[in-house]
Design a protein around this ligand. Structure first.
Ligand code: NAD
Ligand code: MG
Length: 400
């Protein structure tokens, strides 16, 4: 193993480099070769894309899922004279998340699959740029305890939480009441089915569900936006990140996605962060924090935007919002059960196995049949995740 020359460049690992957030992060990084160097990139199965990214960014390591793919990529990289080492599997992800040469880890794997590597970065005390909201939803208490113990710096990349972070005073961790914050206004577009007649929801297709009106994202989070489970997960995410009670977080439907969220203070002030809906803004903010860098996102033309609308969320249309609130109230492994059932249901919907309106039904049954417990260890969260997936899979196959 060769040792990199000491450098003032920030060394960045991107977990989930081939995804929507991963590629947006690389776009921002490529604009600032004087500030960042790519230390490691990981992918699950898109090995050819990862190979091309390795040629462009010359990381010290890349990580793939399977050993056979790793061996093949290693051979190809050597053939073209590259020094990138190829690792594989959970150990590979852990190693590049916790490596002593890494400054910042972008946690951009989708779903529960990102939990262990994100936790490894947290426990190693890294600056963690958190996109993988599912990890925090599943293991909120253990996750935030690990942040406090290791001194990791947690920077939210999810656009709403990044907006809230930007609107909070610097010392918000001393308690929202102490810093004069009354509540958080968590905005969401309402997704592609905000105005679709309710009678048509049962027959919407995966292609319609992933066609988000404002944001371009991976398939899982796009479906979550269509059911508004994404906003439910984000409510839980906000409670952990900002130490807020659920009743201090108000969900506001804002179809234009110009305001990315707001913070209301006791003196009546409401601070908002606005911008074009492009994830490169929160990514650049988190990468450079507490400084600012150019992100490639164009200026917001507020005159052209013309108007901003706000509505109450429709709980009858979006039962996932209620389910997420209930899971949060159960506490303990409740949110992990919710998340696992949701991941299974979304995958089944995308595969054409269940209808869009079956997604909340599967989750509701899982939450009704498995009790939440207080997890002591990450393995307790993983057990709850496994049980919920098994039950969800059984419900889905009965449903067929
Ligand atoms: P995506 O599907 O586009 O990309 C997912 C990435 O994770 C890919 O690089 C893939 O290789 C990797 N991955 C998938 N399964 C894996 C596994 N089992 N093991 C290891 N790696 C695996 O997803 P995305 O839209 O980029 O979302 C990533 C995360 O960021 C999600 O948690 C999502 O909720 C969050 N997020 C995304 C956006 C967005 O605009 N895309 C916005 C806010 C938050
Ligand atoms: Mg979001």
């Amino acid at each position: 193993m060769t040792t990199a020359a000491p450098s003032a460049l920030k060394a960045v690992t991107i977990l989930g480099a081939t995804g929507s957030i991963g590629l947006s992060t690389l776009d921002v990084i490529s604009r600032h070769p004087d500030r960042y160097r790519v230390f490691a990139l990981t992918a699950n199965t898109r090995t050819e894309e990862l190979f091309q990214l390795a040629l462009t960014f010359s990381p010290r390591y890349i990580v793939v899922r399977d050993e056979a793919d790793a061996l093949q990529l290693q051979r190809r990289l050597h053939e073209v004279g590259r020094e990138t080492d190829v690792l594989f599997g959970a150990q590979g992800l852990h190693d590049v998340a916790a490596h002593e040469a890494v400054d910042s880890v972008v946690a951009a794997i989708v779903g529960a699959a990102g939990l262990e590597s994100t936790m490894a970065a947290v426990k190693a005390g890294k600056q963690v740029l958190l996109a993988n909201k599912e990890a925090l939803v599943m293991a909120g208490h253990l996750f935030m305890t690990a942040v406090a113990e290791s001194g990791a710096v947690l920077l939210p990349v999810d656009s709403e939480h990044n907006a809230i972070f930007q609107c909070m005073p610097g010392d918000y961790r001393s308690g929202l009441a102490r810093v004069g914050v009354r509540k958080i206004l968590l905005t969401g577009s309402g997704g592609p089915f905000r105005t679709t007649p309710l009678s048509e929801l049962a027959s919407v297709t995966p292609a319609q569900a992933v066609a988000h009106p404002n944001w371009s994202m991976g398939p899982k989070i796009s479906v979550d936006s269509a059911t508004m489970m994404n906003k439910g997960l984000e409510l839980i995410e906000a409670c952990w990140l900002f130490d807020a009670r659920p009743e201090q977080v108000q969900i506001v439907v804002h179809p234009q996605s110009v305001i990315h969220s707001m913070v209301e203070y006791i003196d009546g002030s409401v601070l908002a962060q606005l911008g074009n809906p492009d994830m490169r803004t929160p990514i650049a903010h988190a990468l450079a924090w507490p400084q600012r860098i150019e992100s490639g996102v164009g200026a917001l033309d507020i005159i052209a935007r013309g108007r901003l609308d706000f509505q109450e969320p429709d709980y009858a249309r979006f039962p996932c919002l209620r389910l997420a609130t209930e899971a949060m109230q159960f506490g303990g492994t409740g949110p992990a059960l919710l998340n696992a059932a949701n991941e299974e249901a979304v995958a089944a919907f995308l595969a054409g196995t269940i209808r869009f309106t079956d997604i909340p039904r599967v989750i509701e049954r899982v939450l009704g049949e498995i009790s939440a417990v207080e997890p002591q260890l990450l393995s307790d969260v993983q057990t709850a995740d496994r049980e919920a997936r098994q039950l969800a899979a059984a419900i889905i196959s009965d449903n067929r």
